[in-house]
Design a protein around this ligand. Structure first.
Ligand code: NI
Length: 138
């Protein structure tokens, strides 16, 4: 039997999709309005999945308070109201598409000591969501 816990968080953040080494025309062709130099924001909905044995004493995979404080410290403290291109070091050389935001957030959470981080899912808008699944499970 496999049991997962999904927990939902949200944070507003802004980004600009562009590559400095590309011309304005090329950025515009690839990224469209998302290359706007003044950036734009989203209310990101982040879901984090953890899995592992259910502790027979507590009946839990992981204590939500432990997960919440870990996500707060590793992700939300940095991402909440951030301009990701400049305030998140991982995006200094990497375009902050939501695909890449998924990957970066997963990497930041991978060391959770209480359970295995199975994946993260991020909803960028009502139409777009992205999921990063851990490469292998214990
Ligand atoms: Ni965007």
């Amino acid at each position: 039997m496999r049991l997962s816990l999904w927990r939902r968080y949200s944070f507003p953040a802004s980004h600009r999709l562009f590559r400095a080494e590309w011309s304005a025309e090329q950025n515009d062709r690839i990224f469209g309005k998302c290359a706007n130099p003044y950036s734009h924001g989203h209310n990101y909905e982040l879901e984090v999945a953890v899995t592992g044995p259910v502790d027979p004493a507590t009946g839990m995979i992981a204590n939500l308070a432990d997960l919440d404080s870990f996500v707060q410290r590793k992700v939300l403290d940095a991402f909440d109201h951030a301009y990701m291109n400049e305030q998140i070091p991982e995006f200094r050389e990497c375009v902050p598409t939501t695909e890449n935001v998924c990957r970066v957030i997963f990497q930041r959470l991978a060391g959770f000591p209480r359970a295995h981080i199975e994946g993260v899912r991020i909803e960028e808008t009502g139409k777009n969501s992205f999921e990063y699944a851990a490469p292998s499970n214990p």
